[in-house]
Design a protein around this ligand. Structure first.
Ligand code: A2H
Length: 253
């Protein structure tokens, strides 16, 4: 990790249909609010290529009131931090409406803002860190080696991971082109490093570094309002557009 705070973008993914396990746990505790899973990302310009979203199965999430109309699903730690940053109001105060384990959120259907496939499912990922970001990770398998490898594992062993195969049916979407790896940077790097599963955490860390540098410094947008622009230019513009449309917010930690 570098110095100073990480400037994340908090992506708001509205729940359109809870999994039956989540429905049972939540009842009407959200009090008529719209509920969003909130994912922290460093790559807002990749959001066109979301294919699903990830949670940690043994992580405890809360449903926190953001205001009278909205509630956010994230870790308690992230909710505290959002309250201090004035994202959740009133500033410095948090109201937990409900608590739910990650395993119960799996199978929930959500809206993926700006995505070419706007309806996606929540899936399990082994390597979600409870103490980073919001504990919710939006999945862009075209450009994130972790996301690509996890999606590959889930498709290989849906019973083992206790998922319905249809939840993992959306294929990676090309959104950024790089000179070295083409239109599917993450799958190409995963192949090059001979990564076999999400348990290969050392190689995945290396793949993440390679894919990140190549995409960020040499990537060109293939889709969206900033098609043809460099990733460096597009990143800020996509982020600003998402924030203006109420689909995202700035989140630091
Ligand atoms: B990134 P850094 Cl396309 N546990 O978003 C594990 N990983 C997490 C996480 C958590 N609790 N919270 C966020 N992340 C992921 C997109 C993306 C990301 C792409 C390519 C690279 C990439 C789509 N997933 O990150 O440790 C999120 O994945 C590579 C740096 O704070 C977030 O951005 O540097 C990134 O890790 C933040 O990682």
């Amino acid at each position: 990790e570098g110095f100073g705070p990480q400037e994340y973008t908090g992506i708001k993914m509205e729940v359109t249909e809870w999994s039956s396990a989540a429905k049972e746990a939540l009842g009407d505790k959200a009090g008529g609010r719209k509920v969003f899973l909130v994912a922290a990302t460093l790559r807002p310009e990749t959001m066109y290529g979301q294919t699903n979203c990830f949670v940690g199965t043994s992580i405890k999430y809360g449903v926190f009131a953001a205001n009278d109309k909205e509630a956010y699903v994230c870790t308690l730690r992230a909710a505290r931090s959002m309250a201090f940053q004035g994202i959740i109001t009133p500033r410095g105060n948090i109201e937990k409406l409900a608590e739910i384990e990650g395993s119960r959120i799996v199978g929930t259907k959500i809206d993926a803002p700006f995505a070419i496939n706007p309806q996606v499912y929540v899936l399990p990922m082994d390597n979600v860190i409870a103490t980073k970001g919001t504990g919710v990770v939006t999945s862009v398998p075209s450009d994130s080696p972790d996301d690509f490898q996890t999606l590959t594992d889930l498709r290989k062993k849906p019973e083992f991971y206790k998922i319905d195969p249809s939840w993992a049916a959306i294929d990676p979407v090309p959104v950024i082109s790089t000179p070295t790896y083409g239109e599917m940077t993450a799958p190409a790097v995963v192949k090059q490093l001979k990564i076999q599963s999400q348990k290969d955490t050392k190689q995945l860390a290396e793949a993440k570094e390679i894919a990140y540098k190549e995409g960020f410094y040499n990537g060109t947008m293939l889709v969206g309002a900033y098609k043809g622009l460099s990733v460096q230019e597009a990143k800020v513009k996509v982020r600003d557009d998402m924030i203006k449309e109420g689909k995202a917010f700035a989140y630091a930690e």
